[in-house]
Design a protein around this ligand. Structure first.
Ligand code: BES
Ligand code: MN
Ligand code: ZN
Length: 495
């Protein structure tokens, strides 16, 4: 989408007029420099009470003098950033073919923050995954949308819109990766995309630990999950601004390019959705792009744990005991609890960077979808300050992050193997997301010595409910959401 930000001026394309409920008077609508005939029609509609400005409503007007869309914003007191971001997104999703590709949005009268959120919503929603569709000759859907935003605070809104556009390149990249079919996006295909991405970027590097090397390094979790596939596993490490700072934040992603369950095979209904099981790694990649595009100067490390979980004669079995890179042994009781196995090595590797903190993202459990639906990501965290910052970042971006309990009883459960240090399955099915988080905690390293020794601040984000299928997420039509590229960008870049 092409976006430009200016003061009130002439109208090109379809005029977009946000209308507040109750404050629904023509005089409050900033209709200067709008063709007289169109102003008359809009006035007629509003004065007749045919459009009341209710939240989520919209009305298309065709007159001989031009086209307009009235957009209801609801009551002024209820108007928040989320509502207005949704309104911006619905301009893109709800526009009819008759409106063409060009819009002039009269956002004057809105606060700078609200005007910027409206533009952000439109930018985020302007995404299609159509790479695999054959093009129709008479497909007139090509060409970019143009949004001319007319605002009061031109400099402030232009800066915010520019940043939104930069960050959106990361969100859209994460969606592309998430939506990619699993026959084309396998572990080394992801690695190759990452290498290509880093080419020509002075401050970015990508290192790939391929299967053979991962075996040598003792990455027993990653290798056990990926060995049953012809498409072998790998670990992809992104680094931005490696010279800037001693203690980088490290972001770790689960990257199962397809999760059949392995020998503990899943039922076939909706199994296709398990192509999204790499969304943690999609977010890591998208975040790196967002940080790079927005010129982030700090050091950041991203680690993607890539594997395809297949049943095969050389796949791991339930009952196997594996040794992870940390030295801890794990009894594999269910090969479908594979995300935690690859993350065992990812979190251990992350701990070696002397990190300021570690955040992992994983489509880890069906149980978190039972708990929170598609409305929020579950967060388990060993550090109150980090938890607070993550929650606030999620709220600021409309990507809710909800605190969940890290309890000693869940850790005890996961340590209760008769023959190994840990087991990858809890003793009961209850609280399945909590036991998974408690398992991951065993692989987060420590800092300091003696009495000063403490665990590295760490948060685990279970995005199984928010990475796709989130129908109330107005930023996306369907498929991968690109969840938390924005929230993590916010977290890492806010002063
Ligand atoms: N990738 C799945 C989790 C998942 C399932 C995400 C459905 C979204 C929708 C994960 O690898 C998995 O299979 N988890 C198991 C864990 C169980 C075997 C302890 C689950 O949630 O059933
Ligand atoms: Mn699984
Ligand atoms: Zn999985």
């Amino acid at each position: 989408m092409n976006v430009d930000v200016d003061g009130i001026g002439s109208v090109s394309g379809t005029l977009v007029v946000p209308v507040m409920e109750n404050a629904c008077e023509v005089s409050s609508l900033n209709l200067t420099e709008v063709a007289e005939g169109l102003v008359e029609t809009i006035s007629h509609v509003i004065e007749n009470g045919d459009f009341k400005g209710k939240a989520g409503s919209s009305l298309t007007i065709h007159s001989t003098a031009g086209k307009a869309i009235l957009v209801g914003l609801g009551k002024e007191k209820d108007l928040d950033t989320d509502a207005i971001r949704n309104a911006g997104a619905s301009l893109v999703s709800g526009r009819g073919k008759q409106h063409g590709k060009e819009f002039t949005a009269r956002l004057a009268g809105l606060s700078s923050e609200h005007a910027a959120a409206y533009i952000e919503g439109a930018i985020l929603r302007d995404y299609d995954y159509d790479q695999y569709k054959s093009k129709d000759d008479d497909d007139d859907d090509d060409g970019e949308l143009s949004l001319h935003a007319q605002v009061d605070d031109v400099a402030g809104v232009a800066a915010a819109a520019g940043l939104s556009a930069q960050v959106a390149t990361g969100v859209h990249l994460a969606r592309d990766l998430g939506n990619a079919p699993p026959n084309d996006l396998y572990p080394m295909a992801y690695a190759e995309k990452a290498i290509k991405w880093a080419e020509g970027k002075d401050n970015a590097t990508v290192t790939v630990i391929e299967y053979e090397e991962a075996l040598k390094l003792g990455m027993g979790g990653l290798c056990a999950v990926g060995m049953g596939s012809d498409r072998k596993p790998c670990m992809v490490i992104f680094e931005l601004n490696s010279d800037a700072g001693e203690q980088p934040p490290v972001i770790v992603g689960k990257g199962i390019t397809f999760d059949t369950g392995g020998i503990s095979i899943k039922p076939s209904a909706s199994m296709d959705e398990m192509k999204y099981d790499m969304h943690g790694s999609a977010t890591v990649f998208g975040l790196m792009q967002a940080l790079w595009a927005s010129g982030h100067a700090g050091r950041v490390v991203g680690i993607s744990c890539m594997a395809e979980n297949m049943p095969a004669s050389n796949a791991q079995r339930p009952g196997d005991v594996i040794t992870t890179m940390s030295g801890k042994t794990v009894e594999v009781l269910n090969t479908d609890a594979e995300g935690r196995l690859v993350l065992s090595d990812g979190l251990h590797k992350a701990s070696q960077y002397n990190p300021e903190f570690i955040i992992d993202l994983a489509t880890l459990t069906g149980a978190v979808v039972i708990a929170l639906g598609h409305e929020a990501t579950g967060m388990w965290c060993n550090d109150d300050d980090l938890a607070e910052r993550l929650k606030n970042s999620g709220n600021a971006c409309g990507e809710l992050i909800w605190p969940m309990p890290l309890l000693p009883a869940f850790e005890k459960d996961m340590k209760d193997s008769k023959i190994a240090d840990l087991r990858n399955l809890g003793g009961t099915r209850w609280g399945g997301s909590n036991t998974a988080a408690a398992y991951l905690k065993q692989f987060v390293g420590t800092t300091g010595e003696g009495d000063d020794e403490k665990q590295i601040p760490w948060a685990h984000l279970d995005i199984a409910g928010t990475a796709w299928g989130a129908k109330t997420n107005k930023m996306v039509a369907h498929g991968a959401t690109g969840i938390h590229v924005r929230a993590l960008h916010h977290l890492l870049t806010q002063k």
